[in-house]
Design a protein. Sequence first.
Length: 161
Amino acid sequence: MATQRLPPERPSALATGTRATEPGKTRPSRRLDIFPNPNAKRDFVIHLQIEEFTCLCPLTGQPDFARLEIDYIPDGLCVELKSLKLYMWSFREQGAFHEAVTNQILDDLVAALGPRFMRVVARWNVRGGIFTNVQAEHRKPKWKPMPRVDLGAFEPQSPNR
């Protein structure tokens, strides 16, 4: 596994303990493991979905639930998925406003990966009759995306998929 790349000024991105205290016992961790981009010459999108993100309301202490979607175009590094799962788990007992935690996740991932582009979308479950969606983005300075090529779509019943 590649070494961890995190800025010293972001304590939220630093490891908050060990991942396993006993064999077979996995624990939450703020450590994000990384590995080299296998095709750094090409722009490609990595799409991640976290269906069961949980943190606590900082005012009531009640749990808040969200579905997170992370899209990024890596530069030199990619995130290892088990470490991302343990990182997300580390928020379970933390009080955080929706806007703050969404931006913290973006900041921590950008600090660890240095991507060309990253978007984090948090779709929060209804609370008090209000749905909340928070979207935060990062673009690497001077990075320009390649023009999109639209090839069209096959008809739903087409034998060509």
